[in-house]
Design a protein around this ligand. Structure first.
Ligand code: 5GP
Ligand code: ZN
Length: 120
């Protein structure tokens, strides 16, 4: 299957990985809305909110809190937003939850520096 996120899970496409376990993986979005923009995906390919197993979805929501805590604290973001797209607004057809840190002022940072700040 030609799925970019399945390729990231397999390591066929590199990513700035922040977390993984048996069920899920979290990594930085390559085209971020804001520094620290993170995607959380199930390891098993599934389309969207209607097809993801309940147990996996619950785990992703739990981990979203942990990932948000991590990135907002490391990057001094005073807030964050969660987004999950379905249907025609969903560009990548493998379920993903966006965790997007919010800043009071527009902030531009190189993704490599963002990754260093989060992981060090
Ligand atoms: P959607 O509109 O489907 O909710 O968002 C898809 C997201 O995946 C976009 O924010 C886009 O930047 C991100 N994305 C697409 N391809 C890649 C990739 O190869 N690597 C990473 N890290 N993010 C990607
Ligand atoms: Zn996939």
């Amino acid at each position: 299957m030609d799925c970019v996120f399945c390729k990231i899970i397999k390591g066929e496409i590199p990513s700035y990985k922040l977390y993984e376990d048996d069920l899920i993986m979290a990594f930085l979005d390559i085209n971020p809305y804001a520094p620290g923009h993170t995607l959380i995906i199930p390891k098993e390919h599934t389309l969207d909110i209607n097809t993801i197993p309940e147990e996996t979805l619950n785990h992703i929501m739990k981990m979203a809190k942990d990932m948000a805590k991590l990135v907002t604290s490391k990057l001094d973001a005073p807030g964050f937003t969660l987004i999950q797209n379905n249907g025609f607004v969903q560009e990548v057809k493998h379920f993903h939850l966006h965790v997007i840190p919010k800043y009071r002022k527009n902030l531009e940072m190189d993704i490599k520096d963002v990754y260093k700040k989060i992981t060090h």
